[in-house]
Design a protein around this ligand. Structure first.
Ligand code: FAD
Length: 444
């Protein structure tokens, strides 16, 4: 311990952000209690046991630009658990699968006219080196992309990402958000003619969570409370007093950090005037992910972009084509993510309906696919997994510091213009720990 501070911080949420903040605060001598409603840690980066091996509930890959995560992985001594590897991407368009890795692949991508393929390649190259994004915050992704690469290339490549992922919001998404996505992934390319290379942790997010927990449990001033849903953040005279779990007694704290999504946070703290009104104006997407363990590879891609009006998702992620360190005794992992706005009727579909729909779609992509290949199947769901970053979102990024003394929040809306990443979560965890540390009088 660097200095003895008897102050207590409660962190709501044992996901990456909450545990990162806890690691920082606890090692500075602060008393930290992390509370989570779930029976295990991880949140969106949680795991499920498949064949006795922890496997990410949602696919996770790392890009070369994810410096906050990579530096944290080093700090935790996990360098040898992080591997970088080339991984293939393809596009399924007009009933055909096109490799989509190198400039040569792009030249052969005939769903877009030749000149538009060239424009697409140039746009990726320029986005890779662009740094200033504020001017892009003022325009929508769709017209920006169409202007840069042409309508047909847009329809073949970007439209499914925006339309299927963001549904009713698809033409409101900010160009800055999509630019950062192109930027992040293209910076992971090994040279102009190379393929993308991505990073992965040996046992996915479990490797990171286990390491953080191992470090935290070395400190007497740390405690973890699972299976405990925070029902209220107690505030008196504009000062945070602590939290209530299941409407029971007060768990006192000098400082509270909420890392749950903003819609969840808004249910915990009484309305905080204009601050809450501004938070409530942000829209979110829910996520459902079908995870299949199959007895053979579905493809040789890590990522398959899907653009087919008959198919209700825009991609398939075959993690075992990126991470050969998952010792699954021959099983292969296929993730099928569905992003859904609150009003999307698919959210209320049963698991078996979703599974049937996914199987039918897989058969359209690979007609020989058979349900007999499936060894294990899972469906995961999370509410408010991602903020919808519309035009002008830079003005909506919520302040971590709430108007209440000692109360701080983190949320995916604060990653902007970045997409949801573990790296951004680590960055937010460190930042909010800095603010909370100042609040309780830790030396910075
Ligand atoms: C489908 C999908 C794919 C992704 N792919 C990638 C990827 O490839 N690469 C990458 O870098 N990142 C990826 N991410 C993003 C990454 O998972 C997130 O950025 C990160 O996990 C967010 O962590 P967090 O701690 O901020 O939030 P969360 O993980 O949401 O943690 C919040 C925690 O708060 C708890 N909680 C909520 N309400 C309460 C309450 N009332 N009381 C107590 N506890 C509560 C929840 O149980 C949860 O554990 C992906 C995310 C998704 C959903």
């Amino acid at each position: 311990m660097k200095n003895e501070v008897a102050k207590r911080v409660i962190i709501i949420g044992a996901g990456i952000t909450g545990l990162t903040a806890a690691v920082r605060l606890v090692s500075q001598g602060c008393g930290v209690t992390v509370v989570d409603s779930s029976s295990s840690v991880g949140g969106l980066a949680g795991s499920v046991m498949v064949d006795g091996i922890p496997v990410d509930r949602y696919y996770h890959f790392i890009c070369r630009e994810d410096n906050d995560l990579v530096n944290f992985v080093d700090e935790l001594g996990l360098e040898d658990k992080l591997t970088w590897r080339e991984a293939g991407t393809s596009c399924f368009v007009n009933g055909k699968t096109y490799p989509f890795n190198t400039p040569q692949d792009l030249l052969k991508f005939d769903p877009a006219p030749f000149l538009q393929r060239i424009r697409f390649g140039m746009h990726v190259a320029i986005s890779q080196f662009r740094k200033n994004w504020l001017s892009l915050d003022r325009i929508a992704a769709k017209p920006w992309l169409i202007g840069k690469i042409g309508r047909k290339a847009y329809d073949a490549i970007w439209d499914p990402l925006l339309r299927i992922k963001f549904g009713e919001f698809h033409d409101q998404i900010s160009a800055a958000w999509i630019w950062h996505r192109i930027h992040r992934v293209s910076r992971s390319r090994a040279g102009f003619f190379g393929m993308n290379s991505y990073g992965f942790l040996e046992k996915g997010c479990h490797t990171l969570m286990e390491s953080m927990l191992g470090k935290l449990h070395q400190f007497e001033n740390f405690s973890l409370v699972l299976d405990s849903k925070v029902s209220r953040i107690r505030i008196e005279n504009n000062n945070v007093k602590g939290i209530e779990i299941a409407d029971k007694d007060l768990m006192e704290a000098d400082c509270v950090i909420s890392t749950c999504s903003i819609p969840q946070f808004l249910k915990l703290a009484y309305p905080l005037g204009q601050y809450s009104a501004s938070l409530a104006s942000i829209d979110y997407l829910n996520v459902i992910c079908v995870l299949l363990e199959i007895d053979r590879p579905f493809s040789n891609n890590f990522w398959l972009n899907v653009n087919d009006p008959r198919i209700p998702f825009n991609g398939i992620v075959e993690t075992t084509n990126l991470n050969p360190r998952l010792d699954l005794k021959g099983g292969r992992l296929v993730y099928i993510p569905y992003y859904l706005s609150r009003n999307n009727p698919r959210w209320s579909m049963s698991d078996s309906q979703l599974m049937d729909e996914s199987f039918s779609a897989l058969k359209l992509i690979r007609p020989d696919f058979s349900e007999s290949w499936v060894m294990k199947k899972y469906v995961f769901r999370d509410l408010n997994a991602q903020a919808v970053c519309k035009v002008g979102f830079s003005k909506k990024i919520p302040d971590m510091r709430t108007p209440v003394n000692g109360l701080f929040i983190t949320d995916s809306a604060q990653y902007y213009p970045e997409d949801r990443t573990m790296s951004a979560s680590v960055r937010l965890g460190m930042r909010v720990a800095g603010l909370a540390g100042q609040e309780v009088g830790l030396e910075s």
